[in-house]
Design a protein around this ligand. Structure first.
Ligand SMILES: NC(=O)c1ccc[n+]([C@@H]2O[C@H](COP(=O)([O-])OP(=O)(O)OC[C@H]3O[C@@H](n4cnc5c(N)ncnc54)[C@H](OP(=O)(O)O)[C@@H]3O)[C@@H](O)[C@H]2O)c1
Length: 258
């Protein structure tokens, strides 16, 4: 394969890509990279102004159209409306990135309320399920596509501070395996499993947490947000056309076990 063919493998020209949680952090970095690779990106998050800002910035930097649409992914009616709006505008979605996620703090496991539990499951697991089904079925009956779920190393090695979140993310890994079987061969469903990354959530990390990360990550540091891009471009593009049901760790080489 020559250089041109290799570049073509990663080319996303005119693909329609929907990224939840695309206004900040890893979602924003992936959205910008998809646009640089030629895609039209739909940026979604809860706040319309944040989506507008991110979309404007990406359009300015890349010259590619970027559509901002607010959606709380924990609300299935909002998920349905989001998907409908994208199909209405573009008539297809080639890549869905289920990236929006959150892990609220709690003092002790006993202080976790039913409300917190339900919210964490709704945003991190139930929303991605609904979006994947809505988009995956249309992809499967149309021109195919790629679904990329963003999990977390908490799915396989949760700390005491992230048990509801880790449970939801373990569900995301399982959902990936199930959908990979359900929607193939037209649709590939894969998962990126990030370790600690320096997005907004790291502002809350104490010096203690930061040095603990340095010690447990063989690379000796947390990831920079743009270090998620390589895996995202691979899974979104034809470069991964025989990759389905994969969970790709992007975690600096963390080891899991007891
Ligand atoms: N950073 C890490 O260390 C790390 C590690 C492992 C896994 N991850 C996973 O990677 C993904 C991205 O994390 P990040 O660190 O980039 O997060 P982040 O910087 O906190 O950004 C979260 C994004 O999701 C949006 N969002 C939050 N709640 C939402 C909801 N209910 N509905 C729709 N959008 C929502 C936010 O925008 P609005 O506020 O406008 O809604 C924002 O765009 C998440 O799934 C996270 O669990 C992150």
């Amino acid at each position: 394969m020559n250089r041109e063919a290799i570049a073509q493998h990663f080319d996303l020209t005119d693909r329609i890509i929907l990224v939840t949680g695309g206004s900040r952090g890893l979602g924003f970095e992936m959205s910008r990279a998809f646009a640089e690779a030629g895609a039209t990106v739909v940026i979604s998050s809860r706040k319309q102004e944040s989506c507008d800002r991110a979309a404007e910035l990406i359009e300015r930097e890349t010259g590619r159209a970027c559509l901002p649409i607010a959606c709380h992914v924990g609300d299935w009616e909002a998920c349905d409306a989001l998907v409908e709006a994208v199909y209405e505008k573009y008539d297809r979605i080639d890549v869905l990135v289920n990236n929006a996620g959150m892990s609220p703090r709690y003092e002790t496991l006993g202080s976790v309320t039913r409300e917190l539990w339900d919210k964490v499951i709704a945003v991190n697991l139930a929303g991605p399920f609904r979006l994947s089904v809505l988009v995956g079925e249309q992809m499967a009956h149309g021109d195919g596509g790629s679904i990329i779920n963003i999990s977390s190393t908490a799915a396989v090695a949760p700390t005491a501070a992230e048990i509801p979140y880790g449970t939801a993310k373990a569900g995301i890994n399982n959902l990936t395996a199930g959908l990979a079987r359900t929607f193939a061969p037209a649709v590939r469903t894969n998962c990126i499993m990030p370790g600690p990354f320096l997005t907004d959530i790291s502002d809350a990390w104490s010096e203690e947490v930061k040095s603990a990360i340095g010690a447990i990550v063989p690379m000796g540091r947390a990831g920079e947000p743009e270090e998620i891009i390589g895996a995202a471009l691979y899974l979104a593009s034809d470069a991964s056309r025989y990759t389905n049901g994969a969970v790709i760790k992007v975690d600096g080489g963390m080891a899991y076990g007891n």
